[in-house]
Design a protein around this ligand. Sequence first.
Ligand code: FES
Ligand SMILES: [Fe+2]
Length: 412
Amino acid sequence: MALSREDNQLLTRVEGGAAMGEMIRQHYWIPAIPSIKVEADGRPFRVRLLGSNYVVFRATDGTVGILDERCPHRGASLALARNEDNGLRCIYHGWKMNARGEVVEAPNHAGDQAQFCKHVRVNRYQAVDRGGIVWAWLGKGETAPRFPELPFIDLPAAQRSVTSTEVPTNWVQGVEASMDSSHVGVLHESTTQITAGGGNQRLLMTKALAPKLEFEDRPYGYRYAALRALGDDKVYARINNFVMPWYGIICPPDADGPSTVFFSTPVDDVTHRAWFVHFNPKRPLGMTIMSASPDVWNFPPLPPGGAADNWGQNRDLMKRGHATGFPQHLGTEDFAMFISQGPIADRSDEQLCSADGAVLRVRQALLKSVREFLAGKTPTLADNPELDYRRIRSVGGVLPAGGDWRALAEAA
Ligand code: FES
Ligand SMILES: [Fe+2]
């Protein structure tokens, strides 16, 4: 069940024309930066995706633009540009580019400016600003893939929070963790107790009772139900969804509680961005540890040390009963695990157990898609007539023993 070295490369590598990177580039929208960071006429941001650098800015009229970071003139960084009057002006020689990717001024060119500008090629990409995130499509051609209409996308801003941190490991380690429910009660035992918001119930449900998992392929990936016998001929079911290529949509801890979408997007082969979206479809979230974070582009925090000091693990705190010695945040505990697995986890000598079914299915879905792509096809999980992101439901509830958990999702 372990992966061959070749398959591990195929699964994880995204840079320099690697097939997985090219598949994602062509067939998926990529979350680039939290919308709130990018202000009209404010500073542009360097965003690194799939091993290439881009610059994201919001023009005077509110439009978001994504261009190659290198200025089309002689390659100075547009992350240093001035953002003024609906365009980025390179500070080296003053060329100005707008969000549509047109050069509108090249002041150091003598002669017919308009004519000259028309012929300069600017690498510009489609961008949308939805769900509190600026998304990029980096593919070739004009027809963008279907947008992932995930359950938080159309909610009012007060009903969701978006935070994100850059983590120095390959992205697949993060994606696997989003579907790896057997780590939650162990790694996050203390942080779920400390954090407000249904922590104790979540703990009970994830640790006290070993669930039976039932899987079902879906047009976007798969879903699974974790089934726990409650006695009284009843079963408690929690349904989670994996949506290609990296979204884990997690069942809320209780019926009215906030839900979570985790995703890990590839910055390059050995760096990813871990995203945490919390949302409540029924009411504003209020202030949470996420929405109150000092910088939504750098939260939760990375572990505070390096390998030499075990990434800053606090053993004194463990003596006092903390499960991990990483009290900073639940995400910090995850990041410590990812980093300790190495820059690109070696999956060729793993020894998997019955709890790893969901992780295996993540790998299978990604590998199936990249193999279809290599065969010259559009991956079936990227474009399927039955693919309707709006109908994805990650819900929980109590069923009579033997009842069908799919009914819970249909009812929601
Ligand atoms: S390098 Fe940007 S204007 Fe010259
Ligand atoms: Fe985790």
